[in-house]
Design a protein around this ligand. Sequence first.
Ligand code: ZN
Length: 451
Amino acid sequence: MGLMENHWKFRVVRKWQPFKRAERCYLLVDINGDAIEAVATERNAQHMIDLLEINQCYSIRKYICTNKRYMMHTVEHEASIMLAKYTQAVPIDKDNIPTYHFNFLPYDLLHTRTNTKDLLTDYIGCLVAIKPSDDADEENRRDFLTLKNDSNKSVRVTLWPEIRKTFDQSVVENTDAPVVVAITSTKVGNLILDGDMQLSSTPATAVFVNPPIPELLDLKKRYRQLNYPAPAITSVTTYPTMTVAEAMDLFNNQTTRQQVECVATIKDIIAGENKAWYYKSCNLCKNKAFKIEATTSTKGKEITASKDFYRCATHEVVNRYILRYCASVILKDATGNTTATFFDEPMAALLGESCEEMMKKEGYPTAKKCPTTFRKLIGVQKKFRIQQHHEENRQLHTCVICRVSDPTTATTTIEIPATGLLPQTPDKQSKKRGYPDTTGTDTPPMKETKN
Ligand SMILES: [Zn+2]
């Protein structure tokens, strides 16, 4: 420990940037194949960040030897290296320093690393499937890789977007089966889905197709004997692009669950008077919440008037509601216009604040008054992914907005699952049909929610 004055020679085998931190981490391997982590902060060691390249070898001196990072370290080394302002390093030719470092954990030991924030896990297996998540756009989607080991046990690896983007699928497509994949520095999940163990990527994760390890040929042979197939690659879901007139033509003339994308402008907001723009939803789901009358008895439990209780179509008693958006807007392009219902997630994504946050800011405006915040939506041009209003009493020229993104490039948006999209149709006592009844006096929610 302490300042190391002597020269030390190593190869950079990996580098990464921890989430939201102005530093770079490196995995360094020496001539013996031993690996150690090194950290350079932008403040103190920008010269090292500029210098160190992956796969290159260096001779270094005047670096600090310190304890390993306290969590999520990639190798089992008690120490780590801190690169300092005065650290000196020069590139060298050293062909005999290993070009990789892995510490694969066998399938049967994966369970020992669940829920730990300690050592990250390297894993190797035969890639049999790549499936994109269908709940996000191209920018934000995850990929799920299925790896089988040599006793036919499957592991599902979630590649989060920043790592997924570094993984070139075309390499897999151009590789003969069986495709061996090594994946480094993952977290082991505690959920077992369909019998598969779960791993997920971290900022330190790297994915190697047919990694350059001595066991590669043996593994391939074993996987071949097991008849593991070439990876099944599911392509990303795409949505047809239509004009507003074409989309309305589709929705008005046939019953469909198809989602289509239209580039359109928000021409107006329909809020106030007879159109509510928010609703009280159940605390536990997105269904409309109904106040339970003080005298109501539920399952023998007397509900007293001292506190308001609510119920939804799914949950019998909840002790609070959450305010959610359900505003109607007019979408317009050169071909026509339509009324579209903006439910909670896409509206919150577009406004950058939840319904409860916005209402608190505006002092809890009533449902009859259009909030000032909505005014900034008028004239906004976006790519709207829309779907037919799947209520039985749906009217012509209406639809539901499922997602909003930038017309030219993908942006961060939030997807609504296809099911549970709409609040339940209000029951018969409710005066309004199709829209939750949110008129009348409203008490502020009992406490802040983060949703
Ligand atoms: Zn509910």
